[in-house]
Design a protein around this ligand. Structure first.
Ligand code: FPP
Length: 227
């Protein structure tokens, strides 16, 4: 969700207003995904590297995160959305951590869209944590027994399909330590739209582009068309 800061700067507004508008875009996109039948949506809200931002911006982002948890969860629940926060939550305040736990348990039995909010998340962290969890769960195993399939069960998105499509807004063309394991075969789509302006039409355009692609998963184009 890139471009909040630039959106605000273009209007001579503080960066934080861009993040507030970014939250409106989150609501639009979540609601649209739920209505068109997307199974799982993961939004990168705060990376392990974002702590390096000015203290005031980090603090305002934390307040926004808390407010969103307190105000938006009932609506998510009404819309059958299951909310999961992925990332190292131990760095957040007690208040945020308890609101995360509440939000997750309130929506845990919902069967519609799975909404993963990546907060204090990093793809490398996810992989290292998964290895540690695997080892803890299988103390009798040697590291030689660890393989790709075994590790999958210990990653943050365990049990969910690998992402079909990555959308990065704001004109940047990097993965920035997002779901680096899970995106081995993901289709990438880069949009110049700044995140606060991202709307239903922009999402439909990305999905339309995705639907035109031939996904080969290592096979040849001929093999795919023969199926
Ligand atoms: C990146 O844009 C955006 C963030 C680091 C924060 C994302 C937060 C939100 C969209 C709002 C809150 C969301 C939730 C789920 C509570 P940037 O600030 O790097 O923009 P720039 O590249 O234009 O500077």
């Amino acid at each position: 969700m890139d471009g909040n800061g630039r959106w605000a700067k273009k209007r001579l507004l503080p960066r934080f207003i861009g993040h507030q508008k970014g939250l409106n875009a989150v609501k639009r996109v979540v609601s649209h995904c739920a209505s068109i039948g997307v199974e799982s949506l993961t939004l990168f809200a705060f990376s392990t590297e974002n702590w390096r931002r000015p203290e005031e911006e980090v603090s305002k982002l934390m307040s926004l995160f808390l407010k969103a948890l307190q105000r938006e969860v009932s609506k998510l629940d009404e819309n059958n959305v299951r909310l999961q926060i992925i990332g190292d939550r131990s760095a957040f305040s007690e208040e945020i951590q308890s609101n995360i736990a509440l939000a997750e348990s309130k929506t845990s039995s919902n069967s519609g869209l799975v909404l993963n909010i990546a907060a204090n998340y990093g793809g490398r962290w996810d992989i290292v944590e998964a290895v540690k969890k695997w080892q803890k769960a299988h103390p009798e195993n040697s590291i030689e027994q660890l393989d790709e399939y075994a590790l999958n069960d210990y990653l943050c998105l365990a049990g969910l399909p690998e992402p079909d499509l990555l959308i990065r807004t704001g004109g940047e063309q990097r993965i920035s330590n997002f779901l680096i394991w899970q995106m081995a075969y993901t289709e990438f789509y880069f949009s110049d739209v700044l995140w606060p302006d991202f709307d239903e039409a922009a999402l439909d355009k990305a999905i339309q582009s995705f639907s035109m692609r031939q996904r080969r998963f290592g096979k040849t184009g001929e093999q795919i068309t023969a199926c």
